[in-house]
Design a protein around this ligand. Structure first.
Ligand code: SME
Length: 160
């Protein structure tokens, strides 16, 4: 397993994902520990893509509980249907929020977070965890992020 990411400078977002996703796949292949894998994925995304905050919330009993993440400290527990993360869990579908201040019920873990994308991963047809990626820029996520991060969620589903 490579223990160093190759992060190219001066390339566009899509090229960064195209370089990063296979590296992440190689990083987690053969490692059965989910905490270790999610921790490395959070770091790879934060440093590979330059995001403000990247982390996982795991479905535990009837709430989301904070899992491995990179960035400032965040709220520990989120109820179903609350905030962007709880709504993604409830809907079972990816959500892009271009301006968090305009999302009713947004949970502000950091006032520096301006936009976010949240994606679910499924196990046996149920949401098992969600990935939350935050930016300190407005309107920072689009269909390119959705395409590549959804590919990543399918890789994660192979691990859980
Ligand atoms: N903003 C999220 C909460 C998690 S933090 O941003 C890390 C939400 O509204 O669900």
């Amino acid at each position: 397993m490579a223990e160093e990411l190759i992060i190219q400078e001066g390339i566009g977002k899509e090229e960064k994902y195209q370089s990063l996703i296979p590296q992440i796949k190689a990083l987690v292949t053969g490692e059965p520990d989910m905490t270790a894998n999610l921790a490395n994925i959070a770091s790879a995304l934060k440093y590979g893509m330059g995001f403000f905050w990247v982390g996982f919330y795991l479905v535990k009993n009837d709430e989301l509980v904070l899992g491995p993440f990179q960035g400032p400290i965040a709220c520990t527990r989120i109820q179903k249907g609350k905030g962007v993360c709880g709504t993604t869990w409830e809907k079972g579908a990816t959500m892009i929020v271009p301006n968090v201040d305009e999302f009713p019920g947004h949970i502000a873990c950091s006032s520096d977070s301006k936009s976010e994308i949240v994606l679910p991963a499924f196990k046996n047809g149920e949401v098992a965890l969600i990935l939350d990626v935050d930016s300190d820029q407005l309107n920072d996520f689009d269909s390119v992020d959705e395409l590549y991060l959804e590919r990543l969620m399918r890789i994660i589903e192979g691990l859980i």
